[in-house]
Design a protein around this ligand. Sequence first.
Ligand code: NI
Length: 396
Amino acid sequence: MTTLPRTSAGERAAALAPQLTAWRRHLHQHPELGFAEHETSAYIAAELSRLPHLSVTRPTATSVLAVLQGGKPGQTVLLRADIDALPILEENSFEFVSSVPGVMHACGHDGHTSILLGVARLLSEDPSQVNGQIRMIFQHAEESGPGGAEELVHGTELMSGVDVVTGLHLNSQLPTGVVAVKPGAFMAAPDVFRVTIQGKGGHAAHPEETVDPIVIGAQVITNLQQVVSRGVSALDNMVLSVTYFHAGTTHNVIPGSAELMGTVRTFDAELRSKAPGMLERVVRGITEAHGATYTFAYEPGYRPVVNTDWVAERLMGIARAEVGDKAQLATPSMGGEDFSAYLTRAPGAYFNVGSGNAELESDYPHHHPRFTIDEASLVTGVRMLYAAALELGKGE
Ligand code: NI
């Protein structure tokens, strides 16, 4: 166990540990899906209302905003935590497991919420030491498209006057205590495609009288694998996965149509814009070759999270001060995040805090029915986000 640098953020965060755990366990036990976080947001608002010096409002039905005006001049800093859970049946057996069958905090958003409550608590203890204005948004619906961030950014005044934004995601694949930051491309744009292949159904004994959408679909899937491997430079990043292939009802009928669905993930805007054309060309060519027709739909998901260099560098400096040699350069992820919506309106950076600990079995992947966090990561999250609020409030 390494000794962490002694900072005021570190000591004050450590003292909050029992409260952070209590908040997190309550939230874990009472998960709610995106756009339905009614009890969650009421709980957050009630906890914030106990703290002095905060103005607490509800920008949308299930989000909560706490604003703290610092005693010194400075920047307007937005800190973001997401609060929603996932449609997963929890398989953990600790005493605070989900009390809602089929709904679970399997991504760590219970931890994010607890961390931001902790930061609100520390900031509210002495606003005279705070520069500028700190806005803390407890955002709904990160897991449910079109995403709560989009609604907050475009449908409310949240972003008006914001100079810089930051937030964190716990990461079970990094050891507890690690803080990982990266300038530039950090998380991908998760776009979705849907294809229907229209053939001609008939008797399985007479395929010559049909246009078999299953055989054509299988070829479409195989050929889509070449879009990335043969069509994209090895130095660029793109992932294409077909995740759904549905056709037919029984063994002796060739169905009339087949449906495919999947995702394309990119960081680069130009490559992203080329992807639909590259996919559709394959679908068109294969279906035409075999006498079928098709429909093709391409739905853009969240924008990629591309961190502003100077903000990421400031956060890296803060991480070195707070966690010493546990500060590291983050590896980009092909996962998506609606944190990107805030970055369309202000510079900012999103970063990771490790919550993985094999001894506590908190290293299951995110979205796994046994996902959980090492609660020691909550203290690291608070010390990072609290120190970031104080530092970023001072300006560039
Ligand atoms: Ni998440």
